[in-house]
Design a protein around this ligand. Structure first.
Ligand code: FES
Length: 135
């Protein structure tokens, strides 16, 4: 039996045929990187993704929940009307974590300077209306 040899990609291969069947670094990155702006990340964002159980946000204005989905740190919350919201963990003002925000009066208020984030845009449901709740 031939001893494995180390290749450029730091992968152990027994022979050239096995080495030829390996994915290139580019192919591997294309298939496995799912952050915003990546090929696979953009594709995955076209589909519904299970994120958390609705029981984790049991009642209106309950504590928000942290989650990580497709390499993004997010905060899920249930507003005063019982509707779900999902926003970036980091406040766009000074990047404070909205996990520590106050969930009040139909929105999540950043505790640092008080900016408030609603699931409504100009009184209408925006992109967040795409959140589906499965019981
Ligand atoms: S950091 Fe959130 S309002 Fe300033």
């Amino acid at each position: 039996m031939e001893a494995p040899s180390r290749t450029k990609g730091q992968v152990w291969c027994r022979n050239e045929e096995e080495e030829a069947n390996l994915l290139t670094q580019f192919d591997n990155d294309t298939l496995t990187k799912v952050g915003p702006g990546t090929l696979m990340g953009d594709l995955m964002r076209e589909y519904w993704l299970p994120a958390i159980l609705s029981t984790e946000l049991p009642q209106p204005d309950c504590d928000p929940v942290r989650l990580r989905l497709l390499c993004e740190d997010l905060i899920a919350f249930r507003d005063t009307n019982g509707d779900l919201g999902l926003i970036d963990n980091y406040c766009p003002h000074r990047r404070a974590s909205l996990f520590f925000g106050r969930n009040e009066e139909c929105g999540l208020r950043c505790v640092y300077h008080g900016w408030k984030f609603s699931r409504l845009i100009h009184g209408e449901k925006g992109a967040l209306s795409r959140i589906k709740m499965l019981e």
